[in-house]
Design a protein around this ligand. Structure first.
Ligand code: GRF
Length: 198
């Protein structure tokens, strides 16, 4: 059994999908902690409801805006909780440093487009779906990948396509991509990594 640590920033619907799929899709790991970079993240409530320990580490308020310190603090919490695999489930901060070095090849991210489209620095949240609609693509989707030093640039684990429909707004599209792709492929990819199939 691998110990999974989840990093979040917001609503935590992807975290919820991971919690719900423990024991069914995720058989080789269990979530041992959830860490947020925002104190108001609703995902923290989801974790508490599921009896999972939580922590808040904020780059500005707790680390004086220092990216290295932010990375170090998260890394030391993950190590304290004996985390083997880290999942970024809607984690809206970029980090490098110690965390990336210590957990190299063991950090998973979900991105709401088919990489290499609509990804990279500055492409997060609704902006991704706005960009897809502006471009006029007919198919988008989600990608789960390993994290390396290039933003959204690590090895792709799973992708799933989602059709764009006439009249889609960024909000409507975001919801469809979550329901039809993200909540399905993130638990699958986590199991792939936990079971050593990567
Ligand atoms: C998701 O679209 C995820 O792909 C992106 O941020 C959103 C997070 O949603 N990185 P939630 O917090 O899991 O509900």
């Amino acid at each position: 059994m691998k110990n999974i640590g989840v990093l979040i920033s917001g609503g935590g619907t992807n975290l919820q999908a991971l919690i719900d799929k423990q024991g069914s899709v995720i058989k080789s790991g269990r979530i041992v902690c959830v860490c947020s970079n925002s104190a108001g993240a609703y995902g923290l409530e989801r974790a508490k409801k599921a009896g999972i320990p939580t922590m808040v580490i904020r780059k500005n308020a707790d680390c004086g805006g220092d990216a290295e310190e932010f990375s170090r603090r998260i890394c030391s919490y993950m190590k304290d909780m004996q985390v083997d695999i880290i999942v970024l489930a809607g984690f809206m901060a970029i980090f490098g440093g110690e965390l990336l070095k210590e957990y190299s090849g063991r950090i998973i991210n979900i991105h709401p487009s088919l990489i290499p489209s609509f990804c990279g620095k500055g492409m997060y949240g609704l902006k991704v779906h706005e960009a897809a609609l502006d471009y006029g693509v007919k198919v988008t989707g989600a990608t789960v990948h390993l994290v390396n030093e290039v933003v959204d640039g690590g090895k792709i684990l799973i992708q799933k396509a989602v059709y764009i429909q006439d009249g889609d707004t960024p909000e409507v599209l975001q919801k469809r991509v979550m329901e039809e792709a993200e909540w399905i492929i993130l638990p699958e990819a986590v199991e792939m990594v936990c079971s050593g199939r990567v």
